[in-house]
Design a protein around this ligand. Structure first.
Ligand code: SF4
Ligand code: SF4
Length: 376
């Protein structure tokens, strides 16, 4: 367990599934060099098989006795899907003057799965009781990470200063036990480097007081970022004060530090004549209980009570937080804290990260995220 823990809260009532977060992350960290299929941030439609396919059924995490459970390593072709390219060259050279109605704009693979493959499919019968919602996912920077416990090389570490979980790429030998051990399947194998890689919670941004790219770019303003022990942070208020933000599948036993406001705002169901069934729940609470545990009942009660209070009196701190009037209030990152750590370590370069294990070493110089020499 780290001294402090950085956490993120995502409000599922506000996610519009636009994938801006996914693109912000992809373009920043994983757009090439064996990372093409990696989505450190993905947004899937729930219910659905997700990314990688059926990740909730692939094992990992801990049992009730605290022992690591067996897990499966997803197959790159069938469970993630091979990233395809479009035949842009053929489009450029296509002769539109000829009477051929089908321009040659095709994928160079025949894909069978991919990120967001089952977008907006959901379940139920339209329009009476169908439903789905978006579930954005990043690494949970767990308190008790399954990936870390599974690694026989001690290549995965959790930073003491903020709980960010990282891979020491010098120590990693690409055995992939971490992937089997992570029940969220949020750590990926890089076949070009033969190393495992994962979300780094944008630590170079965080240390400068900036939120992760996914949170900064989120158009729905669904993401709050802060330290759990910082009582002024909105994250603390949502998780600890109002207890409306809950971890995903806490039954996996890893102590996830990404929290979710459960979706409570779906319309009521319709009867056979198309009339509203008053008081009905379109998103079954049982499903929400599977995802967020029994605490979801109290969280929903609090959310609805505060919504009512706000409607009647115009006052509710919780509703104000969730509306997120001021973007900057959603993030409390305290770069002074990181500067003090750097100072205490005698770190002369203000851009050097507080923990160099991720960026420095014999092999990591080859990795394009950070070249070690830039930080020396
Ligand atoms: S979500 Fe998975 S990869 Fe991330 S810290 Fe937890 S166990 Fe490790
Ligand atoms: S950018 Fe925000 S609203 Fe859009 S998909 Fe990502 S989390 Fe949802």
């Amino acid at each position: 367990m780290s001294k402090r823990q950085l956490a993120m809260v995502m409000d599922l009532n506000k996610c519009i599934g636009c994938q801006t977060c996914t693109v912000a992350c992809k373009t920043q960290w994983t757009n090439r060099n064996g990372r093409e299929y990696m989505y450190w941030n993905n947004v899937e439609t729930y219910p659905g098989d997700g990314y990688p396919k059926k990740w909730m059924e692939l094992g990992g995490g801990f049992d009730a006795a605290g022992d690591l459970k067996e897990g499966t390593i997803p197959n790159i072709q069938s469970d993630y899907g091979v990233p395809w390219d479009f035949s842009f060259d053929e489009i450029a050279t296509f002769d539109y003057t000829k009477n051929n109605p089908t321009p040659a704009f095709r994928a160079d693979e025949t894909p069978t799965w991919g990120p967001n493959w089952d977008e907006d499919v959901g379940t139920g019968n339209f329009p009476s009781d169908n439903y789905f919602f978006y579930l954005p996912r990043i690494c949970n920077h767990c308190t008790n990470p399954g990936c870390l416990s599974a690694c026989p090389r001690d290549a995965i570490f959790k930073r003491d200063q903020d709980g960010v979980v990282l891979v020491d790429l010098d120590r990693c030998q690409g055995y992939r036990y971490c992937i089997a051990g992570c029940p969220y399947k949020k750590i990926y194998f890089n076949p070009k480097l033969s190393k495992s890689e994962k979300c780094i919670l944008c630590f170079p941004r965080i240390e400068e007081g900036l939120p992760p790219a996914c949170a900064q770019q989120c158009v729905g303003r669904i993401r709050f970022v802060g330290f759990l022990d910082d009582e002024e942070s909105q994250v603390h208020k949502l998780v600890n004060k109002y207890k409306v933000a809950l971890p995903l599948r806490s039954d996996y036993g890893t102590g996830p530090n990404i929290y979710y406001i459960p979706p409570t705002e779906a319309p009521a169901k319709f009867d056979a004549e198309g009339k509203i069934i008053e008081g009905s729940e379109r998103i079954p609470v049982k499903e929400l209980e599977t995802l967020f545990g029994k605490q979801v009942h109290d969280a929903i009660k609090t959310l609805r009570a505060e919504k009512d209070k706000r409607a009647k009196s115009g006052e509710s701190e919780l509703m104000d937080l969730l509306i997120a009037y001021n973007h900057e209030d959603m993030f409390r990152l305290d770069n002074n804290y990181y500067q003090e750590i750097a100072k205490a370590k005698g770190n002369a370069n203000p851009l050097a990260p507080i923990d160099e294990r991720y960026v420095k070493g014999k092999y990591t110089t080859e990795i394009s995220h950070f070249k070690a020499e830039e930080h020396e």
